[in-house]
Design a protein around this ligand. Structure first.
Ligand code: C2E
Ligand code: CA
Ligand code: CA
Length: 828
């Protein structure tokens, strides 16, 4: 509501001011404020100056009036001398020349030139006149009258009659209008007395009347002067004026009191001659003194007044000037306090827009602009932090804070360039943790993260100053070692890493704290000097070497060479070929007979994987089973062998019912949740009875994932399929597995059979396994029977089933028909 009203009223002003730049805004507003102030001040000063000029003119008037009053007094004196006819005369030259001088000085101001010339002429004429006394009296009267007129003119011309102050006004009034009249009439009264005394009786009455009139004028004037003086005394603030005026007045008033009393008595008694000249002269002198004193006092009052006016004008000028200066100063300060911060804020905004996020605004004001600056600084700081975080995230691993793959490749690029330029040796260490996956899987990702962070810390501690430690992915790390003096430095670092990483690691806190142990396999690749090696090449080579270290049994360091590359490339090719071989019918199992220990007649076959490779010929399991297990190809491969083995066995059973088949199963197959259903499906498709099928499983397979394996194995056993423990005796805790899994048969590893006849220990083991099997009611197959001696001894020990080259090598399915048809040995 209020905002709307303000907007309505001031909207136009805001729009107008908004169009201007800040410098212009301040200029316009400053001008609008300062100009009227200047005008008012100037007008006021002008007024004071006018007053000063006005009063100065009054002073000029006073300067004129004083000599004129004196002149009038002397003319009155001269007139009396002329009337009494004593023969003497009063010399007026000095007074005339004084007025001359004043007139010369002031005529342009007061315009008294012509008037004074007239009066001057009359005075000189009166002085040089020679007629009877009455004529000369009239001459002086005329001169006196012209002086009195001149005094009135001067008063008018010099503003004195307009005087604004009461005390000076009455002083002026007294000086200009009253005192000349007094001194004229005082002198005249003596003159009239002389003239009347010598006049004939007829004219005497007229003279007495004149005398009475003069007395009337004097009496009235005396009262007027008394009133004027009383007013002056009451109103003036100047004690000197009061004192002087009082004294002058008392003398004049006393003299006038005596004169008017004398005149009144003379008129009453009709004896004009009784008027003593000194009584009237005393009045004339007192009036003249009073006039001189009044002029001095008036001048002083005017001077004080002028000083007051010009002082006020000066003060206003000074104050206005100072105020204008101060206002201008503050205004410029005001402008700059806005302009500078805005300029700084703009500069910062430009810099920030240009990408410089380290810039901040320094604004030390305490107004809204500093809030703007603070807000801007905060925004920029937050943006900088976010940008840094993003940059860090783009180039660093969030978990360990180590450089990531992108950054390590970048660093490697630089290191490679430097190494080539300087001809120095550099190496890349590729580190992969051993046994990390089981920790991660069984103890959880959180523990896995703790381990990785600890490993990152150890790697950083071990690395040299110029080395770069980075995390590529998962449990893979890379260390770049530039500027090596000898290759041994790199291998030394690698060995150090290997040993250090295999130290136990504390994970968890408090009660959940525990120790875990991982290891590291390290591959090293040295940069070659050919110049066409990319960072990716170098990392890949180190990776290949690391892989080789894993292959060779983990916890070791392998240095990359071309042979390794060939091996890896072969592996990669083989993997690809194997994939096609499984679907392309190149995998065909060979079958090795399993015979009855007593009769030596064939009771079944073990299916053994073979790969009919188009280029490399017939390959055995050693060439591809491990690869198949590592790549997961073992699942389709195993299914393929199972299907072929079952299908073949169903056909052979037509010749020899009850024939069995054994198929090897790898751990990856057991881990596959669909394995049991695959087995069931194969049995259903081929029509083989479940109890005719054995699945051979090694102890290590069982160890890999005990719980999942037990589940799958129980499902298989439920189908009626027999489970056999392969390579029995080579594992660590064979007995445990016999209890935990539904195993129905054991296959004695051929290494023990090979010892029969010359190694008592092997023989003891074989005997013990056979006894154990009897107790547990398990069937036993002795593998690797190659000689008649082995056969004989195993028979003697009561081994129920046997398998080995002695009875038959693994052979293609096509040969089995012939093999079965051939007469089988009957042992005694
Ligand atoms: P195994 O299960 O112990 O298989 C018996 C191996 O011993 C066969 O080697 C066989 O040819 C060989 N052998 C048999 N009698 C004798 C003998 O008297 N003297 C000697 N020296 N050796 C004899 P093969 O076929 O090379 O198989 C090696 C291993 O490959 C097998 O050991 C088995 O663990 C694995 N394997 C074979 N086929 C498959 C398969 O289909 N699936 C899986 N997962 N593994 C298989
Ligand atoms: Ca086997
Ligand atoms: Ca075996």
């Amino acid at each position: 509501m209020i905002t709307r009203a303000v907007g309505l009223v001031f909207g136009a002003a805001a729009t107008l001011i908004g169009r201007l730049r800040y410098a212009q805004k301040f200029f316009v507003v400053g001008l609008v404020l300062l100009l009227p102030l200047g005008f008012v001040a100037a007008a006021y000063v002008e007024l004071q100056r006018d007053q000063v000029a006005f009063s100065a003119k009054e002073r000029d008037g006073v300067a004129c009036l004083a000599p004129l009053a004196h002149l009038a007094s002397r003319v009155a004196q001269a007139r009396h001398v002329a009337v009494t006819g004593d023969g003497g005369s009063v010399v007026l030259d000095r007074e005339i020349s004084t007025v001359d001088a004043v007139n010369r000085r002031l005529t342009s101001i007061l315009g008294t030139g012509d008037a004074w010339a007239g009066a001057r002429g009359l005075i000189i004429a009166a002085q040089s006149a020679t007629g009877p006394a009455s004529e000369r009296y009239e001459g002086y009267n005329a001169a006196m009258q012209s002086i009195l007129d001149l005094i009135v003119r001067v008063g008018d011309a010099s503003n004195l009659t307009l005087d604004p102050d009461i005390d000076s006004y009455y002083l002026m009034d007294t000086l200009q209008f009253r005192l000349p009249v007094v001194l004229d009439n005082a002198g005249r009264s003596a003159d009239l007395a002389v003239l009347a005394a010598s006049a004939p009786a007829s004219a005497r009455t007229d003279a007495l009347i004149d005398l009475g009139l003069t007395n009337g004028v004097l009496t009235a004037t005396r009262a007027t002067v008394a009133r004027a003086v009383a007013t002056i005394m009451a109103k003036t603030a100047d004690s000197g004026v009061r004192l002087d005026t009082g004294a002058s007045f008392r003398r004049l008033d006393d003299a006038m009191a005596r004169l008017t009393a004398t005149l009144a008595a003379a008129v009453k008694d009709r004896r004009p001659g009784d008027i003593p000249a000194d009584v009237s002269d005393a009045v004339r002198v007192a009036a003249t003194d009073f006039a001189a004193q009044a002029a001095t006092s008036l001048d002083r009052l005017l001077r004080v007044r002028i000083d007051g006016f010009s002082g006020r004008a000066e003060r206003v000028e000074l104050a206005t000037g100072l105020a204008a200066l101060l206002a201008a100063y503050l205004f410029v300060g005001f402008y700059l306090s806005v302009a500078w911060p805005i300029r700084r804020i703009m500069a910062t905004l430009h810099a920030v827009a240009g990408g410089d996020l380290t810039r901040r605004v320094a604004v030390d004001t305490r107004d809204e602009l500093s809030s703007v600056a603070r807000a801007l600084n905060e925004t920029v700081a937050r943006t900088e932090a976010a940008t840094n975080r993003l940059a860090q995230q783009a180039t660093h691993d969030t978990l360990t804070g180590l450089p990531n793959r992108a950054l390590v490749l970048d660093r490697l690029e630089q290191a490679l360039t430097r190494s080539r330029r300087d001809g120095t040796l550099m190496a890349v260490l590729f580190i992969d943790l051993d046994r990390f996956k089981p920790i991660n899987d069984s103890l959880g990702h959180h523990t896995g993260d703790e381990v990785l962070i600890e490993i990152a810390g150890r790697l950083t501690t071990i690395s040299r100053g110029g080395d770069t430690v980075a995390r590529l992915a998962g449990d893979e790390f890379v260390v770049i070692c530039p500027d090596l003096v000898v290759p041994d430095t790199a291998t030394g670092t690698a060995d150090l890493i290997m040993t250090d990483l295999s130290r136990p690691i504390m994970v968890g806190t408090g009660a959940a704290a525990r120790e875990v142990t991982v290891g590291a396999s390290v591959g090293i690749a040295f940069a070659d000097q050919t110049g066409d090696q990319t960072p990716e090449d170098l990392v890949r080579d180190a990776d290949v070497a690391m892989y080789q270290a894993k292959q060779r049994g983990r916890g070791r360091v392998v240095i990359f060479n071309e042979t390794l590359r060939t091996a890896v490339e072969l592996r990669l090719r083989t993997q690809e070929e194997l994939r096609h071989a499984i679907t392309g019918g190149q995998i065909r199992p060979h079958f090795q007979p399993i015979v009855d220990g007593v009769t030596a007649s064939v009771v079944g076959f073990e299916a053994l994987a073979r790969w009919q490779h188009p280029a490399r010929g017939l390959l055995g399991p050693g060439d591809f089973i491990e690869l198949a297990e590592e790549t997961g190809l073992i699942v389709p491969l195993g299914a393929e062998i199972l299907a072929q083995a079952c299908a073949r066995t169903v056909r052979w059973q037509q010749h020899q019912p009850g024939l069995r088949v054994a198929v090897n199963v790898a751990s990856a197959q057991l881990a596959d949740p669909s394995f049991a259903s695959t087995v069931a499906a194969v049995l259903a498709e081929t029509g083989l009875e479940a109890h005719a099928l054995s699945l051979e499983i090694t102890e290590t397979t069982l160890m890999a994932d005990t719980n999942a394996a037990a589940e799958t194995l129980r499902a298989i056993a439920a189908l009626g399929v027999r489970l056999e423990l392969d390579d029995f005796g080579t594992g660590y805790s064979s007995m445990t597995y016999l209890r935990r899994f539904p195993v129905q048969a054991l296959k004695i590893d051929r290494s023990f059979v090979a010892g029969i006849g010359h190694d008592r220990e092997d023989e003891a083991i074989v005997e013990m396994i056979l006894n154990l099997a009897q107790v547990l009611d398990l069937r036993v197959v002795a593998e690797g029977v190659e000689t008649a001696d082995q056969l004989a001894r195993l028979r003697r020990l009561g081994c129920p089933l046997m398998q080995g080259f002695y009875f038959g090598r693994p052979m293609p399915a096509e040969q089995i028909d012939d093999f079965l048809r051939a007469p089988q040995p009957i042992l005694s």
